[in-house]
Design a protein around this ligand. Structure first.
Ligand SMILES: CC(C)(COP(=O)(O)OP(=O)(O)OC[C@H]1O[C@@H](n2cnc3c(N)ncnc32)[C@H](O)[C@@H]1OP(=O)(O)O)[C@@H](O)C(=O)NCCC(=O)NCCS
Length: 296
């Protein structure tokens, strides 16, 4: 589909390699979402799989954008070819003219051309996407008493996002999805960016060097597990022992099937929802959670 003619606006695609374009999208995201993605510059720049579509004004400002990128997911035991959508925004003075609908139609068509089996996104406006076949996948966290620590108590090493970047990249490149039911299979750049954006998280490398654990302690002392990245997903009892901590309770923000731990699923009631556009068989039947480290 060719974009409708929008007088005074320039339609652009795949412009992140142009320094002026990259700077313009960063400004748009700060202005609209108050999110600064400059940390990506220290990580090698934008995701090379991105395919943004946008409108620019005559001064080179980005007034509307919608980006898609490749984000393979593990769904029901199989890695599927999925795309993530992000950075959907239109400047206030350009709203209500159909610009965003243009970008949705164009990006849907591009995703279909590339053969994506599913498209996923986060939004606080599900009504915007439902007419285009997206459905909310309810998200949960998992709460329960901490398991008795098992395995040799060996101390984990704290990792630093800057000093240990190469090691983190290696673990992310060879990671096993945290869940066989529903999880991100590869989202390495977002993980690294989120290390900069999410406050108070700790990264700890287990002594066998096979997994980095992303975690924090909640105010009530609960151990919050945000992600596990590496070639092996240890059971929760081993993670707790490996970190050398003895929490009373645990709250996990990943789908729990590989944790070998009894927990209760608690529905997330926040305004931000996770949506998916995919055939029925790809929708999970039980409670799931995408790690906050994969949030985009
Ligand atoms: C949401 C946003 C992108 C819409 O941009 P826009 O260019 O004004 O959108 P359009 O003119 O193409 O119209 C979008 C359509 O969605 C509808 N719409 C707008 N906001 C909506 C909402 N919150 N819920 C449901 N529908 C909505 C409009 O009524 C319009 O429907 P119509 O074509 O049947 O009249 C823009 O308001 C924005 O940037 N908001 C802040 C950032 C944001 O929320 N981004 C999307 C989150 S993922």
């Amino acid at each position: 589909m060719s974009p409708p003619d929008r007088p005074g606006l320039l339609f652009r695609q795949d412009y992140f390699d142009d320094p002026a374009g990259w700077s313009a999208i960063k400004t748009l995201l700060i202005d609209i979402f108050n999110v600064d993605i400059s940390a990506l510059d220290g990580l090698g720049g934008h995701d090379r799989s991105s395919f943004p579509s946008a409108y620019f004004d005559g001064d080179g400002g980005c007034v509307a954008n919608l980006s898609a990128f490749s984000m393979p997911m593990m769904v029901g035991g199989r890695v599927i070819k999925a795309a993530g959508w992000q950075s959907g925004a239109v400047r206030p003075e350009y709203r209500g003219r159909g610009l965003y609908q243009d970008l949705i139609h164009i990006t849907l068509e591009r995703c279909d051309e590339q053969g994506f089996e599913a498209i996923v996104l986060y939004t606080d406006k599900p009504g915007l996407y439902e007419p285009h076949g997206f459905r909310t996948v309810p998200q949960y966290s998992f709460k329960g008493p901490a398991p008795a620590a098992s395995g040799k108590p060996r101390s984990a090493r704290p990792l630093d996002i800057d000093a240990d970047l190469d090691l983190l990249r290696k673990l992310l490149a060879g990671r096993m999805p945290v869940s066989s039911r529903f999880a991100v299979a590869d989202q390495r750049l977002m993980f690294l960016l989120n290390c900069h954006l999410i406050e108070d998280i700790k990264l700890s490398l287990l002594a066998d060097e096979e997994a980095v654990i992303v975690w924090r302690l909640a105010e009530d002392g609960a151990f919050q597990l945000l992600d596990v990245a590496g070639p092996r997903i240890p059971p929760l009892a081993e993670i707790v022992a490996g970190l050398g901590i003895a929490p009373v309770s645990v709250e996990a923000f990943i789908t729990r099937d590989r944790l070998s731990w009894k927990s209760e699923a608690v529905a997330d009631t926040g305004t931000q929802v996770f949506m998916m556009r995919a055939p029925d068989e790809l929708f999970p039947s039980g409670p799931t959670c995408i790690s906050p480290m994969a949030e985009f």
